[in-house]
Design a protein around this ligand. Sequence first.
Ligand code: PBG
Ligand code: ZN
Length: 323
Amino acid sequence: MNKRPRRLRYNAHIRGLVRETDLQVSDLIYPLFIIEGTNIKEEISSLKGVYRFSLDRLEEEIHEITALGIQYVLLFGIPEHKDNKGSEAYNDEGIVQKAIRKIKSITDSLYVITDVCMCEYTSHGHCGILDENGYVHNEKSLYYLGQVAVSHAKAGADMVAPSDMMDGRVGYMRKELDECGYTHVPIMSYSAKYASSYYGPFREAAGSTPAFGDRKTYQMDYANSNEALREVSLDIEEGADIVMVKPALAYLDIIRRVKDTFNVPIAAYNVSGEYAMLKLAVEAGLLDEQAVMETILSIKRAGADIIITYFAKDIAKKLKGMR
Ligand code: PBG
Ligand code: ZN
């Protein structure tokens, strides 16, 4: 029989003192979708409360974000033009490059991270460049991804986050960034990225559904756990400053294993499908609002230092006592 006293749980006040984990706004990164065009602020139907902004409507959003105390954003671009080499992705006048400069002209208190990938920019919707047979070509893709990272850094990005999952891309990007004078720009690598159903709403939001096939040749099998440790280990060797597990909720065990095995900061991406499920359940009144804090805190408790989440604004409001 366990005779341990439970006194520490009795009083609501003392719970704060003995609480093991807490969630802070400074743990959170908020994803932002930037679209070409003018006067656009359109809600993403699959991601309630999240919008696509054109550059001229970005300012109001940036002010709202900073007023809530959010300090980190992750940019995704939706270009007008796509082609088989994804050339808008590494165009210095591309949508993300312009958005970085715009944000930096509005505020210096936001840390701007960019997603580095080809899938929003290629006509075929894959994360890399294809060979003659229609397969993603790892080596060729590295060259283009390196160009993307450098062009983001050149536009003023504070950190780059490669999400493509090509082999060797972290080392390649590190070398390219260093050679171009961006030794100070860290890399947050999407290291353990699973081929997941939970990206569905995002692909609608960013228009990046593959035109054919799937991403299983370069994203991980959801049944594997040791493989995640191998991927993380390689990325660290190649120079990743932060490693990421994605998605977060169906992979809390992976976050914990990475945390217990390595000694680097860990990010977890609470992806679009995870957000959509919970948001809809709360809106329908099936769950109360605590479900959001409880769920996002579980990612921190599992071992993540950093959480990328579409709930960042909701959580910031909650922590500020605004709701
Ligand atoms: C691009 C990318 C994706 C996400 C982040 N970067 C989609 C994918 O790999 O299919 C998913 C984010 C989310 O679902 O919220 N490679
Ligand atoms: Zn991609």
